[in-house]
Design a protein around this ligand. Structure first.
Ligand SMILES: [Zn+2]
Length: 305
């Protein structure tokens, strides 16, 4: 580090003769000249410091502009975090706070297939950590409603997301249905939420790409955990525990990673303002579910009402 201590030192050590240098210059003038030099140097240092601050601010400006394109509500929250110094700027989800809600927990196990060792609350939490990593890799900040095997009410999950001011809410679940033929990941949204619907449709499109035989469409679902949220929200069922193929998929590390990546891609497209081509304009009607046995509510036995 450079030392500027010389600026503070006297040019003329006390008691030392000025010598030849001062032969033609009165001591007071020499002292004043040195004082002026020191003053000028200090002013230069201040200017350098200010210039550095301006450069830093300019580098951050494009990120602020990009954030503003995401919409008024998102921009306000993001700029708030920027000012708080907690935002990152290295991905398409920079400045976003995503609330991830691993469904069930504690004594509430959710849907299970014990012979396969599949327990919904465990799958949901594992998926939440995978999703957290993938979201952070895209620049997002992430908040999990639970990080361990604890029970949370549906209202508490939504309340925590609201309290944090999350921009997007994603609840993770595993489905079950009386018919073992039902398969495929599926996304739900609040019937009255246009933005929730746009988010769910984009996520669902990405989920279908993970496993092309999956014909399922995003559907409206008046679920309590979604009703309590103040931001665009979607509920993702990553597969049916009652279907053998889905069970095999959900036991694979690669499938879980692919599902997490698909959800992230859906959120990125949502943030970038995309809509699913050909999607119906009105919420609540929902696109056709695609095939017989597509679990009308998709949540038999879940008890989210
Ligand atoms: Zn569930």
């Amino acid at each position: 580090m450079l030392s500027f201590g010389w600026l503070l030192r006297s040019a003329d050590p006390p008691g030392k003769p000025l010598g030849r240098r001062c032969r033609g210059t009165p001591p007071r003038m020499a002292s004043r000249r040195m004082a002026n030099i020191r003053l000028t140097a200090v002013a230069m240092l201040v200017c350098v410091g200010l210039s550095a601050a301006v450069v830093v601010a300019a580098l951050r400006l494009p990120a602020v502009i990009a954030v503003s394109a995401w919409g008024r509500q998102t921009a306000a929250a993001s700029i708030g975090r920027l000012l708080a110094g907690s935002a990152t700027f290295d991905g398409p989800l920079s400045g976003m706070l995503v609330a991830v809600d691993p469904g069930h927990g504690g004594p509430d196990r959710g849907a299970c297939h014990l012979p396969s060792g599949l327990v919904e609350k465990e799958i949901n939490l594992d998926m939440a950590f995978r999703l957290e990593r993938a979201l952070k890799a895209n620049g997002a900040q992430v908040f999990l409603t639970r990080r361990d095997d604890s029970f949370l009410s549906l209202d508490e999950r939504a309340r925590r997301a609201n309290e944090r001011g999350a921009d997007v809410f994603v609840s993770l679940h595993v489905n079950r249905y009386p018919s073992p033929e039902c398969f495929g990941a599926q996304t739900f949204y609040l019937p009255e939420s246009l933005e929730g619907r746009r988010l769910a449709l984009l996520i669902q499109e990405e989920l279908r790409n993970v496993y092309p035989p999956n014909y399922r469409q995003a559907l409206p679902g008046n679920y309590r955990v979604l009703r309590g949220t103040a931001m665009p929200a979607a509920l993702v069922e990553i597969g049916f525990v009652t279907n053998a193929t889905d069970r095999a998929l959900m036991q694979q590390d690669d499938y879980r990673e692919a599902v997490a990546a698909a959800i992230v891609r859906g959120i990125v497209r949502f943030v970038q303002g995309e809509t699913v081509a050909g999607a119906l304009a009105e919420p609540g009607t929902g696109p056709p579910s695609g095939a017989a046995g597509s679990a009308p509510s998709g949540v038999a036995g879940e008890g989210w009402g």
